[in-house]
Write a protein that binds this ligand. Sequence first.
Ligand SMILES: C[S@@+](CC[C@H](N)C(=O)[O-])C[C@H]1O[C@@H](n2cnc3c(N)ncnc32)[C@H](O)[C@@H]1O
Length: 404
Amino acid sequence: MSAALARLRDDALPALLRRAGFAGAPTDEIYRDGLRYFVNEFWTAGQRQAHRLHEISYRACFKPQLPAFFIAHLTAPGDAVYDPFSGRGTTALQAALTGRRPIANDTNPLAAMLLAPRLDPPTHAEVAARLGALDLAGGGEELDDPDLLAFFHPDTLRQIASLRAYLRARAAAGAFDRVDAWLRMVALNRLTGHSPGFFSVYTLPPNQATSAAAQRRINGQRNQVPPPRDVAALILRKSRALLADGAPPPHPPALLLTGPAHATPGLGDGVVDLIVTSPPFLDVVDYRGDNWLRLWFAGIDAAAVPIARHGDVGAWQHFVRGAFAEFARVLRPGGLVAFEVGEVRRGQVALERHVAAAIAGLPFALIGVMLNRQRFTKTAQCWGIANNQGGTNSNRIVLARREG
Ligand SMILES: C[S@@+](CC[C@H](N)C(=O)[O-])C[C@H]1O[C@@H](n2cnc3c(N)ncnc32)[C@H](O)[C@@H]1O
């Protein structure tokens, strides 16, 4: 991209935010304690159906409309779009779907397992043929694990354990291919949930993991026992849904990394045009504990995954600074960061202010905070007074430009 074009885009961002409201509503530009906020409904989840490949769940994932907004307005096909805390890979997948170069990193190896197969999916026929050739009746050594049996009927568990054993054997033999990777991704997504489309008995939705002890309580309260499920049929059905809009178009090759966001030696200096990301918000989500079943299925040692959880705001700010120091290295001069921090502790902690403090002294120009207000939410409610249950209910996105 030419430097002139880059400069034009960067300088134009506040102007874009002033006119980019969904449904033509004017943007409120507000200064609070020296920080500039742009408040509007910039996108809505219902605005346009996102591509079906996005439809897998993950704790604290953001909606595809969020990265789609920045990618569409701030990059061109061929540009590199990076998410250093990628989770299910929403940013990277959206980048691929729009012909950008997807780059993703997460400290949890699960993230790449969830993303890679959707960047290069097999056809429905390939999935059906592979499933048809599998014998899932065999089982494995976990068949009497009471924690797993709290979720799964013994027949279902036998099929899950067989699939897990098959995938491990394929990997050990060096034969693991993209169809296997797809099966693993879909199976990870189907393990537990709240409908008969999942392998488990009724439990919390898959973006709200539960422990075995909690599941036993749910089973008792609902007087339920896990019913038998057809694992291959459920994988095939979910595959059909995910593939309904087709594969991503041709795009520059993806780069998927696994490690801490503050140290990404696999990523070169100045190669990234745009970062769209959402870090862990203090200690709100237990990414390791909540993903225990998925980690078990994937054969990942949960204890070995170094996931950041900072109960203390000062420690969190330090963690954010470390990440931005690395962003300064990998971003090209003029490149942008959109850093979503959501709303925590019933709005009592304005994380965006801690991000602003964290990047002081680093080579970034702080553009402001974009506050995506949900429809029907009054501006006053965005300021944390009347928040609902301590989760997140508005998108607060810190925007910063790499100087130079
Ligand atoms: C809020 S989630 C991101 C969700 C993502 N935006 C999506 O749509 O799925 C935060 C992610 O940060 C990851 N994480 C936690 N500590 C990390 C670290 N130090 N470096 C990189 N990733 C980390 C977690 O594993 C989790 O996937």
